[in-house]
Design a protein around this ligand. Structure first.
Ligand code: CA
Length: 269
């Protein structure tokens, strides 16, 4: 059940109110990116994006904006349609509303994740962080909260597609002036070794393996301390502060080991 359906005052309904398929005259700056030109040509190189959204106005705005940027766009108004469409023509990335008429968005992610690694960006109209964390734990890569800026969504989509294109090798990561070699379990700053505790290693390893992605506190606590520690977020704050002190160039203003308040942590390459 979607929060937005049947509620004209819902956040997502505010994003775009135009009923024509032409580039919308935006009621809010959020939709100000509606293109002045028709769709760019789709080529064999075009990335295929599946938009799953039951709100016609928002679906239309997304379709117009993505097509204008040369993406090959498929749309689905329900979870069932989305899974069928994804099977028929596998997408390079999925934009997924959490509140759908038939399935919950997290169910769609779980189904998709049984066979697809395509990045999923959740479009969340829900208030609490619990839904987002649920979606991330189900296998979503990122999220935006409605009403969102089209510019931000497009940037996140580009980032997700870039990550997907990168070969997953490189056990070596750079954080400011530090080089982290995961396979050798070695960190150096300007060539000088830095000692990390086993807990710091474990946390760092998980974050580095998901560059640019939000990793929920639940997931980190579970992976490092095991079940039953989901509420012990103070452990995380303590050890993340330790990692920042050792690795960030300016620990109070971290650039690479970022906190997403109330949600989790992110390694920003
Ligand atoms: Ca919805």
């Amino acid at each position: 059940m979607t929060q937005a359906r049947g509620r004209p005052d819902s956040p997502s309904a505010r994003l775009v109110t135009s009923t024509s398929d032409a580039p919308a005259t935006p009621p809010t700056p959020a939709a100000a990116i509606a293109p002045a030109v028709p769709a760019a040509p789709v080529t064999a190189m075009s990335k295929r994006i599946l938009i799953v959204e039951d709100e016609p106005a928002l679906l239309r705005a997304l379709r117009i904006n993505l097509r204008a940027r040369g993406y090959d766009v498929a749309t689905a108004p329900t979870g069932g349609d989305a899974l069928a469409e994804a099977q028929r023509r596998p997408p390079d990335a999925v934009l997924l509303d959490l509140g759908l008429p038939d399935l919950d968005g997290t169910q769609v992610i779980r189904h998709l994740r049984t066979w697809s690694t395509a990045p999923v960006i959740v479009l969340s109209g829900r208030a609490g962080p619990g839904d987002k964390i649920g979606a991330l734990d189900a296998g979503a890569d990122d999220y935006v909260t409605k009403p969102f800026s089209m510019e931000e969504l497009l940037a996140r989509l580009r980032a997700a597609l870039r990550r997907e294109d990168q070969p997953a090798d490189g056990a070596s990561f750079t954080i400011g002036h530090c080089v982290v070699d995961l396979s050798a379990y070695q960190v150096t700053r300007n060539g000088e070794p830095i000692h990390l505790t086993p807990t710091e290693w474990r946390l760092l390893e998980i974050l580095l393996h998901a560059p640019g992605q939000l990793v929920s506190s639940d997931k980190l606590l579970n992976a490092v301390w095991g079940p039953g520690f989901e509420r012990s977020t103070h452990y995380l704050r303590f050890h993340m502060a330790g990692l920042r002190r050792k690795l960030e160039d300016d620990p109070p203003r971290p650039k690479h080991l970022l906190t997403e308040p109330g949600m989790g942590y992110r390694y920003q390459p």
